[in-house]
Ligand binder design. Structure first.
Ligand SMILES: Nc1nc2c(ncn2[C@@H]2O[C@H](COP(=O)(O)OP(=O)(O)O)[C@@H](O)[C@H]2O)c(=O)[nH]1
Ligand SMILES: *[C@@H]1O[C@H](CO)[C@@H](O)[C@H](O)[C@H]1NC(C)=O
Ligand SMILES: *[C@@H]1O[C@H](CO)[C@@H](O)[C@H](O)[C@H]1NC(C)=O
Ligand SMILES: *[C@@H]1O[C@H](CO)[C@@H](O)[C@H](O)[C@H]1NC(C)=O
Ligand SMILES: [Mg+2]
Length: 441
């Protein structure tokens, strides 16, 4: 009997989505009030607070970039906002709505202008740095206007003398300009699918360095209230895998309804529960501090097998389906696992072949109704969540989708040996395994 998953009932998902979104709104409302109460009752902080102007940092990422690199860019922007807040105004990070992602190809479902709250817990994000959804920004700002857009780019001349140095300068735009002026003189652009949004000014900036090199520019050169950094991926991490990186990463808690669906699936099809598997997750990320090696994980092999554009270029670090299945079978045997859960973006044809090679694999396959509610992003998160709870995980070489699973497992306290594994290409000679990045608390 094949361990094929049946559909998660849509009514259940609808219930959870409804319940949790109203719950989140409630919690948020409360915390906003609590903040007001806090400042009102501490008159000494009121002066400081009112001396700081409220300013908004918006950002966007190069259109072809996928969901999981975008999550990485969020970490860089959160870091910049922390720097800005340390010495200056009261900056708030505006969350760029999700949508029009290349990999979100499910037909006939609406996948633009998706707020972050559908995928992540906003209260968790807010415990790290002040963030608001884009629609909240429109409301607070009195309309869909962004004062200043800075399109980030590299230097036309590259590194001069092959020497790396941090620098930032206003420069002519190098690439095709993605904004156009309307009759009123405003700039129109993609703006996450919000057609009414327009910018008062757009200029190009060559930037080479860490995210916080933008801080002096935003503090000294620009006085506008709302500033958007387009092509924000141009900036590097301030301190990759340092404390600040991990604080932000840990705050990126998946939305509760997605975690619940993943947990129900684990219980039903993979004999996996948090108590037995020692994967207790604290609702409050600031209190989660699992010891390395404390998590056991469910009795299954978690697999992330990236295909599509990863196989089109015939990369030598990505295996054939046959090669991957052979590796899975050997891991199941070696670690005495009961089942194998496979997350993949393989196309129909490859899926058919995979089912033939590995008839007993378990997959999360939402019905059309579920997909409408969860969207491709929600399904990807559930796949990641289930992989993150496996006793042993193996992913795909240099896939940010796999990297985010590594981090999730690190947060839960898995033994690194069970996490930092990847498939090797069939003929790959030196198959270097992923790096272990330890959490800095
Ligand atoms: N549901 C699901 N989607 C996947 C999986 N692998 C890739 N995808 C989709 O393809 C995209 C891959 O892009 P990205 O997130 O940038 O990761 P990367 O390209 O592997 O580094 C994901 O965001 C998903 O939309 C998978 O195992 N499950
Ligand atoms: C910011 O202002 C300083 C001082 O006026 C100037 O030298 C610098 O070029 C400006 N930087 C940018 C990116 O506009
Ligand atoms: C647009 O922004 C640039 C950079 O801040 C500035 O130099 C320029 O004067 C602005 N243009 C207008 C019309 O405000
Ligand atoms: C589930 O796991 C438990 C303990 O790990 C085991 O005793 C039990 O037999 C398993 N159940 C099934 C249905 O495999
Ligand atoms: Mg990608």
């Amino acid at each position: 009997m094949a361990n094929r998953a049946e559909h998660v009932p849509a009514t259940f998902i609808a219930f959870v989505v409804f319940f949790l979104s109203s719950f989140d709104a409630f919690v948020k409302f409360e915390s906003v009030n609590a903040d007001n109460v806090f400042s009102a009752s501490h008159t000494s902080t009121v002066k400081v607070a009112s001396a700081r102007d409220l300013r908004y940092l918006l950002y966007d990422v190069n259109p072809p970039e996928g969901f999981n690199l975008r999550r990485d860019v969020y970490i860089r922007m959160a870091s910049l906002v922390k720097t800005l807040r340390q010495n200056g105004d009261d900056w708030v990070l505006v969350l760029p709505p999700w949508g029009r992602l290349y990999h979100w190809q499910s037909p006939n479902i609406h996948q633009i202008r998706i707020p972050w709250g559908e995928f992540f817990s906003l209260t968790s994000l807010q415990a790290n740095v002040p963030v608001i959804e884009y629609e909240e920004f429109i409301a607070e700002n009195g309309g869909p206007f962004i004062d200043q857009v800075l399109v980030l780019q590299n230097y036309a001349e590259g590194w001069t003398d092959g020497k790396w140095e941090e620098k930032v300068d206003e420069r002519p735009c190098i690439e095709k300009f993605m904004y156009s002026k309307d009759k009123q003189g405003y700039y129109r652009g993609w703006f996450w699918g919000y057609e009414q949004t327009r910018a008062r000014n757009v200029t190009c900036i060559s930037a080479q360095g860490h995210a916080s090199i933008m801080a002096p520019v935003l503090q000294k050169n620009i006085t506008a209230t709302s500033v958007m950094l387009d092509r924000a991926e141009t900036l590097l991490h301030d301190h990759y895998a340092g404390k600040d990186y991990w604080d932000t990463r840990r705050s990126m808690v998946f939305a509760k309804h997605l975690r619940l669906i993943g947990d129900n699936f684990r219980a039903k099809y993979l004999n996996s529960t948090d108590d037995r598997d020692q994967t207790i997750y604290s609702e409050d990320w600031t209190r989660q501090r699992a010891k390395l090696g404390s998590a056991k994980g469910g009795p299954y092999l978690g697999v992330h097998m990236r295909r599509k554009d990863f196989i089109w270029g015939h990369r030598e670090d990505v295996p054939s389906l046959k090669g991957a299945v052979k590796k899975m079978r050997s891991l199941i045997k070696k670690h005495k696992l009961e089942k194998v859960f496979v997350a993949t973006d393989a196309d129909e044809e490859e899926l058919k072949e995979l089912k033939k090679l590995l008839p007993d694999m378990v997959r999360f396959e939402p019905s059309t109704e579920d997909l409408e509610l969860l969207k491709d992003g929600g399904v990807a998160i559930i796949d990641q969540w289930i992989c993150a709870h496996a006793r042993f995980f193996i992913g795909t070489s240099v896939s940010t989708f796999s990297f985010r699973i590594h981090e999730e497992r690190e947060i839960m306290g898995f033994d690194p040996k069970t996490t930092y594994n990847r498939f090797c290409g069939d003929a790959e000679k030196e198959c270097e395994q992923p790096t272990h990045w330890k959490i800095v608390y």
